[in-house]
Every structure is written in C-alpha cells, then in structure tokens.
Design a protein around this ligand. Structure first.
Ligand code: HEM
Length: 399
C-alpha cells in the first residue's frame, strides 16, 4: 500500500514514529499537501545547512492579509527566525553576544522551579505539565529579562495568543487580527523597558541586547530588541514545556531508565539530550527552495516548500542504533532537535538547563513519580509542529 503523510490523523498525533519509519524506507522525499516531506537524517541536515533554502516563509503567508505598514510585517521581515543572509548574519551576530552565560542562570531556574514545586510536592496528585512545565519557561525568561511585574503578568497570555507566528499558515483571519494586535501591544509595553535599560543597563538579557555592538559599531534598534524578546517567548515557551513533559513521560514509561537516573544523577544532562532525540518537542520546520535542485534523486523546483521532519531524522537508524529505544546513556551526537546550521536554536542551552533542574528537583522527592493509569494522555492539537502533552497527571509512588 502507498504510504501517505497525513499530520491531521489522530493516530499520527499520538505516535508519529511508525509513519516516519515507513516514509523514510519507502518514500524519503515524499510529495504531500503541496510540500516535499523529508524524513531521512541526511536529507534533513543537508537542507538545514544549505543557505540556498530560505526560512522566509512568514512574509508570504501573512503580508497579503494585513496592512503593509503593520508591525507584524516588519517582524516577519526583520526577526531572526524568518530572515536569510545577509540580514540573518547581522542579527545573529549581535544577538549571540547577548545570549551568553546561560549556566550562570542556574540559581534563577532553581528558584523558579522550587517555587512551583513547593506547591506540587504538597499534593498527592500533580499535573507536571500544567503545574510545572508550562509556567516555568515564562517565569525564567521574565526573570532573565528582569521584566517589570506589570509586563511580566501579561506575557504568558500574549505568548499563547501569538504562538501562531511559527505556523503562519494555520492562522485564520481572526487569528491574524489578534496576533497583529498582540504584537503591537507587546512591542509597546517593551518600549519603555528598552529605553530604561539603554539608559541604565544591568546584567539582564534586555540590557545586554541593547548594549550588543559589532566591531564596526552596529547595534540592534529598539524594535529589533523587542522582536528578539517576543520571538524568545514564542520559540522558547511551548518547546521547553514539551521537552520537560516528553522527558518525564519517557522516564515514566521506562522505569528501568528512571531507576538508572535515580542511581546515577550525573546522567541528567544525557537523559535530557536523549529525550530531545527520542521525542523531539519541535517535530518539524520548513524551508523554501530558492533555486532548482535535487534531493535524494527527486527534482525540487524554486518556490517549493520543504517540510523537514526533525522528529523523524532523530529516529533514523542510519544514525542512531535501535532508534526507538529510550536509552539515557546513548551518544546523541548529531540529533537535530534544535535544528542545525545558521538558524540552529538560540535557546537550546536554556531549555536543557530547565529540564535538568526539573528532573533533579523531582528526584529529591523521597518517593518516585508514577504515571496515573486512569488518565488518558492527551497530546496538544493546536500546533502542527510542536509535540507535547496538554497535561501529565502523576502521583507519588511507594518509596
Ligand atoms: C526544548 C526547547 C526548544 C526546542 C526543541 C527548540 C527548537 C528549535 C529549532 C529546531 C530551531 C531551528 C528552526 C529552524 O531552523 O527552522 C530553533 C530556533 C530558534 N530557537 Fe529554539 N527551541 C527550544 C527552545 C528555545 C528557547 C528557550 C529559546 C529562547 C529563549 C529559543 C529561541 C529560538 C530562536 C530565536 C530561534 C531562531 C534562531 C535563528 O533563526 O537564528 N528556542 N529552535
């Protein structure tokens, strides 16, 4: 039977990996839904590393539906995620100067995790997604940016509203109007903060973005700083939530690996990397071909869209032996959960730090966690590209 990619299928959402394996074997450069769907690690990495493929998909999908002068149009044209070179190299060079010293944030992450866990530890049943994994990344980013309380209090709702920015094709007209408004409100709320930090810089992320300079004296404009802040929340919230949820689920489903981690806590970083590979929070990303070419023997034309299945590449047996096994001691070198090449993730270290701190914190409880068998797992379905649970209720097992 002919294999067909259908991301809307409920079974695919529950477990996409069997279909990825079939596609990779039978039709690794697959035509579906008007796109090329790539599932082999070698092909996915080749496209991620090739600058001839453009990341600039948002302008075409949003611009024709909003006012040409709208701020969201500038965000689509001038923010890191969607720009190509030479603009991307300029922005990334400046932003990289500010996104450093993530390891120093450990106390911040530990404090935010402890606050959330204090409450969770007091209860018998905990939803580790809603109670912990969902609020944590926003709390950590707000703390790193030292956002004033009135702005910080609105960030979670804004971020939820504009999550579509990474999937502009899913936006209905109502969504476009709301997202356009939220981008305006968000930038406006950040304007004063940025002005103050330029005048009296501290060691927070916004001050550092404002202070970043190239050798030639180039710097980010206020609006560019605001776009980096906004895209950090959009790109770093649900993905980190999903990493924490997916990592915990994998451990709960593999009690032998969970016991190994309790016995050897120094494996925590390796366990997080394996969770990223085994059940990648960002399953897909897209590129636009800018010239005619060829991938895996198939002709690709300029203007065609390519869907890169990162989750499939991370289960490719050509790179990872026994790819469906969750093994926290494996060498995960080469995983593409954070992408690769010039658009490779800016916040990967921060996300991993948060997942590590959560796993370490849960291990401090005298009793191990257990999955509640009476609760069906529900995978979120508002995003086509993020794989994560909407909730993960757990209970404390016997010591
Ligand atoms: C587990 C959590 C995360 C995962 C799985 C993840 C995954 C990714 C992937 C796959 C890309 C490349 C996309 C592409 O090439 O099309 C990317 C880019 C990016 N990520 Fe992350 N991310 C995570 C957390 C974060 C965090 C915490 C932040 C910010 C604080 C962040 C900010 C960004 C930004 C700004 C880019 C665009 C970089 C560029 O285009 O140069 N991410 N991420």
């Amino acid at each position: 039977m002919r294999v067909r990619f259908n991301p809307f299928d409920a079974g695919f959402r529950r477990d996409p990996y069997p279909l990825y394996h079939r596609l990779r074997d039978a039709d690794p450069v697959h035509r579906a839904l008007g796109m090329w769907v790539l599932t082999r690690h070698a092909h996915v990495r080749e496209v991620l590393r090739d600058r001839e493929f453009s990341a600039g998909l948002i302008p075409t999908q949003v611009e024709r539906r909003v006012d040409a002068g709208a701020r969201i149009v500038r965000l689509g044209r001038a923010s890191l995620v969607f720009t190509d070179n030479p603009e991307h190299a300029r922005l990334r060079g400046l932003v990289n100067r500010a996104f450093t010293g993530v390891a120093d944030l450990r106390p911040v992450v530990e404090r935010a995790t402890d606050d959330l866990m204090a409450d969770a530890f007091a209860r018998d049943v905990v939803d580790v997604v809603a109670d912990l994994a969902d609020p944590l990344p926003v709390a950590v980013l707000c703390a790193w940016m030292a956002l004033p309380a009135d702005v910080a209090g609105r960030v979670a709702a804004w971020t939820h509203d504009i999550r579509f920015l990474l999937e502009p094709g899913l936006m209905k007209d109502d969504d476009v109007a709301r997202v356009t408004q939220v981008v305006d409100d968000f930038v406006l709320a950040l304007a004063d903060v940025i002005t103050q930090r330029r005048a009296r810089p501290g060691d927070d992320l916004i001050s550092r973005l404002g202070a970043a300079r190239t050798g030639g004296g180039d710097r980010l404009t206020d609006e560019e700083v605001a776009f980096v802040v906004i895209m950090s929340f959009v790109a770093g919230h649900e993905t980190t939530t999903s990493l924490i949820g997916n990592a915990l689920l994998a451990l709960l489903r593999h009690p032998g690996q969970a016991a190994l981690l309790r016995a050897r806590p120094q494996l925590v970083a390796s366990a997080v990397r394996e969770a990223l590979r085994y059940d990648s929070p960002l399953q897909m990303t897209k590129r636009l071909a800018t010239r005619d070419g060829e991938i895996g023997g198939r002709a690709i034309r300029a203007g065609e869209v390519i869907l890169l299945c990162l989750g499939a590449a991370n289960r490719d047996p050509a790179v990872f032996a026994a790819p469906d096994a969750f093994d926290i001691t494996r060498d995960t070198t080469g995983h593409v959960a954070f992408g690769d090449g010039l658009h490779g993730c800016l916040g990967g270290q921060l996300a991993q730090l948060q997942a590590q701190v959560v796993l370490e914190g849960l291990a401090r409880h005298p009793r191990p966690l257990r999955l509640r068998s009476d609760e069906p797992l529900v995978w979120q379905d508002h995003s086509q590209i993020v794989r994560g649970l909407t909730r993960l209720p757990v209970a404390w097992g016997s010591a």
